[in-house]
Design a protein around this ligand. Structure first.
Ligand code: HPA
Ligand code: ZN
Length: 354
């Protein structure tokens, strides 16, 4: 499928607000930020033979119409990531782009099993990523944190082993997530490993991908059984008013990714995202796998604003929600929100009533 299109263009004043607002990224897969240029550079550095040799050829392979068809392109590309320096370069490239979009905080996903399963040691992955993440506040003005995801289509025992491997880094990894192919891999299968992660001090999030088989039961499991702190995607919850009410009451974040929705389903799901916003849920807009889906956080926000005809106040609310759904300290969240409100005011948008 081609990139999702909208017929509407953004009003220039709204486009400027979108660009200038401080933002919080809560749903980006670092491996999904592997741009074709870096892919080819790492392949050359590590002597990995790829079937594609130019940026254009790599882009031609970015054709997806489902999560599964995306994952079939996504995992093989990771073969070029081998050394601590490679992982550091990947994260630095992402954080540099994020800073240029006025992202002030980024809680970034990584998939250790996608690397340990092909012989790259856990420590190489984590230490490489930490090299970049821990420099980002001083060098780029981005508060960055790692969120370790388990691959739900790998055995639960492998998630358990990954959790154990992470424990020496427990104070440098903020949370755990659950990603990859959701079909036949419900959240409840991972309830015990997530309970152990909670005991180790991690925050919890899980993907509930859009329009997956059994999605409302999966949402029920993440909200009622696992009791996650945040939900990735999850906008099908608008079809389960009682669950939505619980999510709103708890202030649960929903990390929406409009551009990737437009690839893996037939639409970017703007009406569902707006319904979450109107219901008072802490829904925010994110990048997901920007190297594959045509845009980082701000391109996603602009696409949603255009498709759903959002007001300036809506766009500011989405930016505020990102920080409020983050795992930063309450003091740091307050500082970020004050900056959002100051930028909004400079664009003539009044701060929301407390
Ligand atoms: N869903 C599931 N797995 C993923 C995704 C996603 O959006 N991105 C990368 N791995
Ligand atoms: Zn995702």
């Amino acid at each position: 499928m081609a990139a999702p299109r909208t017929d509407r263009t953004l009003d220039p004043a709204l486009a400027a607000l979108v660009a200038d607002l401080p933002a919080c990224e809560l749903h980006v897969h670092l491996e999904g930020t592997l741009e074709p240029e870096l892919l080819l550079e790492l392949a050359a550095r590590n002597g990995v033979e790829l079937s594609t040799t130019t940026v254009e050829e790599v882009r031609v392979t970015h054709v997806f119409d489902s999560l599964a068809s995306f994952l079939a392109v996504y995992y093989p590309a990771m073969e070029v990531l081998r050394t601590r320096r490679d992982f550091s370069d990947l994260a630095t490239a992402y954080l540099t782009r994020a800073a240029a979009q006025n992202v002030r905080r980024a809680e970034v996903f990584f998939d250790p099993q996608a690397h340990t399963s092909r012989g790259v040691p856990f420590e190489v992955v984590v230490e490489g990523l930490l090299d970049a993440v821990e420099r980002a506040p001083h060098e780029l003005g981005v508060d960055a944190e790692l969120v370790m995801c388990f691959l739900r289509d790998h055995p639960v025992a492998s998630a358990e082993e990954t959790l154990t491997a992470s424990l020496p880094y427990a104070d440098r990894i903020i949370g755990v997530g659950l990603d990859s192919d959701e079909r036949n891999h419900p959240p409840a299968d991972f309830a015990a490993v997530f309970a152990r992660a909670r005991e180790a001090g991690y925050q919890l999030t899980m993907h509930c991908d859009i329009d997956q088989e059994g999605t409302l039961e999966h949402l029920r499991q993440v909200i009622e059984d696992v009791q996650v702190d945040r939900i990735d995607h999850g906008s099908n919850v608008v079809d389960a008013p009682e669950l939505l009410a619980v999510a709103v009451e708890r202030g649960l974040g929903f990390t929406a990714c409009p551009l990737s929705n437009g690839f893996v389903t037939e639409q970017m799901k703007a009406p569902e995202i707006v319904a979450l916003l109107r219901a008072g849920a802490k829904v925010c807009v994110n990048g997901d796998d920007p190297a594959y889906f045509g845009g980082y956080l701000k391109e996603n926000l602009a696409a949603l604003a255009a498709a759903a005809d959002l007001s300036a106040a809506d766009v500011v609310q989405l930016a505020r929600n990102g920080f409020e759904a983050s795992w930063a300290s309450p003091e740091r969240i307050a500082e970020h929100l004050a900056e959002v409100d100051a930028v909004a005011a400079a664009h003539g948008v009044a701060a929301p009533r407390p």
